[in-house]
Design a protein around this ligand. Structure first.
Ligand code: 9MR
Length: 441
């Protein structure tokens, strides 16, 4: 799936139980099928600070290390949540001032520890009741709504580059709960609170998934200027499963994926576990289960194929889609639309054996995943690059988007850079985008 998701510019993630990483089948699927990982439990407060002031980062560190080994994003889950709080916190009695400090210290410590290693944080999880009022958590009861803004501010200060999310369940479609969340996010934005995204957990039920309603709801949050993501997708059924239920489940997975893929601000989809064997569902909903994309023997289910197909159908840069049947991806540039893009190719530093180049391409079309190409002088190679994935064949270099910069609005820009070896690149080198030659900008 990872390969199919990449050209769409979206991540495909999974919750990871780090204890299972010693199982080679589990580990193999986790490493190859996903571009993002979330700790299923290891980064929760009860796991990281079981006794006050005594920290256990082992599980979280294992996850981060695994992600780094496999070139994956890390989705941090979760900093402030009413559930899975350590006993000392749950049962302790603290003044309001003390509790606020405990909370912000926790956010500062954890987001600070993983600064630069976690790209997204669920800063606040499950703050709402089903009717859209605030959940009466210890934090809300003692501190009121302001605990949310304080948690976000502390997280931003601890890691300015992490994207900060609020996350919840039963908020996937428009209803009283998602309306409450929507109003909160509007208030936070208007107060300048540093919030970047909204996570929609999506613990759903087979046969009960309304893709267009999910898309519409994601879009209204996106229209507030936020990133949105599907953060904990699983779709459960009454067990035992049969092929009819598995086919319906596949359609439901596809509907969720299509909803995300139709919203340009939807950055990715995380499934809540790989295999039915390891899922939380049967333990919480007796008689229900089989909610994951792999079965209990780690065999891919129709749901897996459906997710993969959704990404594959959405992928491909401009010119590779069904609208352009004649445009083969590997054909030489055909400048059939000379106004599609403009490019600035600048050598910002050069020396005898190398140079540093920055490239900015402006596109007239919205992009969901992009591919830029250019040629270097003979013998010059890309030594390392940033803001894209680089490959070189002879003197021709192909750059595709990184996981986080594949989505570009019409009129927006794509920027990447690289260092050369074996000599210098040349200012003003021609660049093409999705097979279209760009005008010099
Ligand atoms: O999958 C998690 C399970 O192993 C834990 O026992 C459970 C404890 O509350 O949390 C599960 O994950 C939850 C997630 O952290 C927040 N959204 C709901 C998820 C399923 O309960």
């Amino acid at each position: 799936m990872r390969e199919e998701a990449e050209p769409t510019g979206r991540f495909i993630g999974t919750a990871i139980n780090d204890g299972l990483l010693s199982n080679s089948t589990y580990r193999g699927i986790a490493a190859t099928e996903f571009s993002s990982v979330t700790a299923e439990n290891a980064m929760k407060w009860d796991a990281v600070e079981p006794q006050r002031g005594q920290f256990n980062w082992a599980g979280g560190d294992r996850l981060v290390q695994f992600a780094q080994q496999n070139d994956q994003l890390v989705y941090g889950h979760t900093l402030v949540w009413h559930s899975q709080m350590p006993q000392w916190l749950q049962n302790g009695s603290f003044s309001n001032t003390e509790l606020r400090t405990i909370m912000t210290d926790h956010v500062t410590t954890q987001a600070g520890r993983y600064r630069g290693q976690v790209q997204r944080w669920d800063v606040v999880n499950e703050a709402f009741n089903e009717d859209g009022t605030f959940r009466q958590s210890k934090f809300y009861q003692q501190l009121g709504e302001s605990y949310i803004a304080d948690a976000f501010r502390a997280a931003r200060a601890a890691d300015p580059n992490a994207k900060l999310f609020i996350n919840d369940y039963n908020t996937e479609v428009r209803n009283a709960k998602s309306d409450g969340l929507f109003r909160l996010v509007q208030r936070l934005k208007s107060q300048g609170v540093p919030i970047d995204g909204v996570g929609f957990q999506s613990h759903l039920i087979v046969g009960n998934v309304n893709g267009p309603a999910i898309q519409q709801n994601l879009q209204r949050f996106a229209d507030l200027g936020l990133e949105v993501a599907i953060t904990e997708l699983d779709i459960r059924m009454r067990t035992p499963s049969d092929s009819t239920k598995l086919q319906q489940q596949a359609r439901d997975y596809r509907a969720v994926a299509d909803a995300c893929l139709a919203v340009s601000a939807c950055s990715g989809i995380t499934v809540w576990g790989i295999s039915d064997r390891d899922s939380w569902v049967p333990g919480t909903f007796p008689g229900e289960g089989d909610a994951c994309p792999w079965d209990s023997d780690y065999r891919p289910k129709p749901a897996y194929e459906a997710l993969k197909a959704a990404f594959a159908d959405a992928g491909g840069g401009p010119g590779d889609g069904p609208d352009d049947p004649g445009d083969e991806p590997d054909e030489p540039d055909e400048p059939d639309d000379p106004n599609a893009c403009t490019a600035v190719f600048t050598v910002s530093n050069r020396w005898a054996t190398g140079s540093v180049v920055s490239v900015t391409v402006r596109t007239t079309q919205a992009l969901n995943g992009w591919r830029a190409e250019f040629e270097l002088p003979a013998g010059v190679t890309v030594a390392n690059g940033w803001n894209g994935s680089f490959s070189q064949s002879g003197n021709r270099v192909t750059v595709t988007n990184a996981a986080y910069n594949g989505t570009v609005q019409a009129g927006g820009t794509v920027s990447f850079g690289f260092q050369t070896g074996g000599g210098s690149a040349q200012d003003g080198t021609a660049v093409s985008l999705g097979g279209q030659r760009c005008a010099a900008g």
